[in-house]
Ligand binder design. Structure first.
Ligand code: CP
Ligand code: NVA
Length: 319
């Protein structure tokens, strides 16, 4: 077994993780390698206290189960201290202290900051002013930590990433965008099948297409889930109504009718095909219970891998 812990790359110390596209293919793959190693060490109950003495702050402006708990547990497992920050009780929300001043002060107390919020610009502003690494724990635009765990799960199940046919079915949202860019980076063959009007943003698609020109992957858009699912190695979906879009729910339920990942869609996959969902799931909307709990589902390993992928990320970026 390789012992990556003895030979951790140091060039990422101090880096932010705001978008998948900011990181090179090699650095993403190095993170996955370390995530696999940390997963093995945890299973063996072997020590891996790579964040001993470090304090990591977390701000969640949207609900979270996986991201909140996997970061908190992961930081503890690495020997560090997670601190949940409530902005409701901080001056940034209560009395209008600027993000700049908040960042300058938090950087004196913390060794890194994880933020889940609405606007990507808010995370970017924290990163601009923090002298410690800032990690995007989900914004309206992106979910890069999810994409790391997604790649880890695909590679773990299928043994490779380059050339794997990943078909995302549903809303071209934050999760779809980060998955698309991640797939592009590692040379996978990505297809987003969405109803008209729900495609991933054109700028993100153009970015992914520029990346695959070098990586050898492909990026397609489709409007027929059955045609897209044929031969897929990965079928991936997410909720139709993301956090912050609750007032669009009725319209979205109508627009996404027929876009459920069900047993019939799964039967079109390649023989090695797996089903992923970032969770939380809405039974009977974007996925059926039969599929989510069925033998093709890797969604529970995927959720577990949030822990290992984020531990690797922090171990690489926290100075
Ligand atoms: N997939 C994901 O980010 O889940 P949470 O919203 O529970 O963090
Ligand atoms: N697209 C979803 C993902 C939740 C993890 C949302 O933003 O609500």
């Amino acid at each position: 077994m390789t012992h990556l812990l003895l030979d951790l790359p140091t060039h990422l110390k101090g880096s932010d993780f705001l978008r998948v596209g900011d990181w090179s293919r090699d650095d993403l793959l190095a993170t996955l390698d370390l995530a696999d190693e940390l997963k093995r060490l945890r299973a063996a109950h072997a020590p891996h206290d790579l964040l001993r003495g470090r304090t990591i702050g977390m701000i969640f402006r949207k609900p979270s189960t996986r991201t909140r708990v996997s970061f908190a547990a992961g930081i503890s497992q690495l020997g560090g201290d997670p601190v949940q920050l409530s902005t409701v009780g901080m001056h940034v929300d209560a009395r209008g202290e600027s993000i700049r001043d908040t960042s300058l002060v938090l950087s004196r107390y913390l060794d890194a900051l994880v933020i889940r919020t609405f606007a990507q610009a808010e995370v970017d502003e924290y990163a601009q002013h923090c002298s410690v690494p800032v990690v995007n724990g989900l914004t309206d635009d992106a979910h890069p930590c999810q994409a790391l765990a997604d790649l880890q799960t695909v590679r773990e199940r299928l043994g490779e990433l380059a050339g794997v046919r990943v078909v995302y079915v549903g809303d071209g949202n934050n999760v779809c965008v980060s998955l698309m860019i991640a797939c592009a980076k590692v040379g996978a063959s990505f297809c987003a099948a969405t109803p008209a009007g729900y495609e991933p943003p054109a700028k993100a698609v153009a970015h992914a297409r520029r990346i695959v020109a070098a990586s050898g992957g492909t990026v397609e858009l489709a409007d027929d889930p059955r045609a897209a699912a044929r031969g897929a190695d990965v079928l991936y979906t997410d909720v139709w109504t993301s956090m912050g879009q609750e007032d669009e729910r009725a319209r979205r339920l109508r627009d996404f009718a027929g876009w459920t990942i069900d047993a019939s869609l799964v039967s079109l996959m390649s023989s090695r095909g797996i089903v992923l969902h970032c969770l939380p799931a809405h039974d009977g909307e974007e996925i059926t219970a039969e599929v989510l709990y069925g033998k093709r589902s890797a969604a529970w390993d995927q959720a577990e891998n949030r822990l290992h992928a984020q531990k690797a990320l922090l171990a690489l970026i926290v100075p």
